[in-house]
Design a protein around this ligand. Sequence first.
Ligand code: TYD
Length: 138
Amino acid sequence: MIEVADCQLIELPKIHNQAGNITVIENCQTIPFEVKRVYYLYDVPHGAERGGHGHYELEQFVIAASGSFTFVLDDGNTQKEVFLNNPAQALHIKAGIWREMKAFSSGSICLVLASQEFSKQDYIRDYQEFLKYKKRRN
Ligand code: TYD
């Protein structure tokens, strides 16, 4: 069963020079899946909380492209808070993990690289249903 311990912060390659940094992510090399969708959260109001769902299949790489925020990951047994504030790091969220997001700094941009196209059916939005799903998979 996938646990929060399987969701690690990964160091991304950084090309540095005096004029700034470039970070490059390549399918199936830097990232262990083929990216099918890219989206980003921005203009998040102060104090707003997002997420509150899990996914059956979707895997994601989450990057604080600008600013900072906190992801709370939950596998039904254990919770882990991950603070993201470094554009050269990515949080790998595996399938079957409940997540909530909070503490977005002003102007922050949360960039997400996703392993699947958008599918409403892939969401688990009810926490009790999520717990049942994790128990079935255990
Ligand atoms: P949701 O994934 O619940 O946002 P968050 O986890 O950041 O709080 O998505 C919010 C809304 O946007 C929901 O109605 C679905 C829609 N949406 C799309 O249509 N396509 C997408 O790729 C994403 C990520 C969301």
